[in-house]
Design a protein around this ligand. Sequence first.
Ligand SMILES: CC(C)(COP(=O)(O)OP(=O)(O)OC[C@H]1O[C@@H](n2cnc3c(N)ncnc32)[C@H](O)[C@@H]1OP(=O)(O)O)[C@@H](O)C(=O)NCCC(=O)NCCS
Length: 177
Amino acid sequence: MTVGAPGGEVVLETDRLLLRPWRVAEAVVQRELWTERDPRVPPHRRIDAEGHPTVADLEDAIRTDEVWSNGLLAVERKVSRDVVGYCGLVDDGRVAAGEPELAFELLRRVWRRGYATEASAAVLDWARASGYERLWATVWDWNTASRRVLAKVGFAETGRTEVDAERGTTLMTTRRL
Ligand SMILES: CC(C)(COP(=O)(O)OP(=O)(O)OC[C@H]1O[C@@H](n2cnc3c(N)ncnc32)[C@H](O)[C@@H]1OP(=O)(O)O)[C@@H](O)C(=O)NCCC(=O)NCCS
């Protein structure tokens, strides 16, 4: 993995992928991710009855919310030059101050090719180079693919869980850098 910062922007490069800030025109990819979400994810992460977030809502967020430029990076395939999802860090102090969460989500059509694992490994290097010493990740117990990715990049379950009677149990995992 190499880290470049042309114009101050973060760019992570792996064998097959570039991880870099979202462009406004790529809001359509984010909308597609929203439409593909598993029905078990909570309502605030699903498209509502009025169709929000719309592509325009997502465009606004890309323009204004730093998470889309410096946190949850667009995953671009180097050969086909298409953006297929995001992978990155959310540092909102939800789990522990100064210890961000790793998050990733990819379009279904590219699942099971090792992209999430490859992107996550680059994000781990980036986090380490940025001075972080520990990352967290939360995952539904039924989310086998995500649990497998987290295990492959070295996250361990802590035994801490949150139980939601309808949706399942959220597992708290962590990794020292
Ligand atoms: C989680 C996600 C990003 C994984 O992306 P991916 O690029 O397919 O992941 P990888 O190919 O790197 O690895 C997936 C691993 O899970 C395994 N896997 C995938 N689906 C599986 C399933 N239904 N049952 C068992 N194992 C499964 C794969 O075999 C692979 O493991 P392996 O390398 O040991 O064979 C993708 O499934 C996704 O976007 N899911 C929806 C969003 C999400 O759940 N995000 C995480 C929230 S915590």
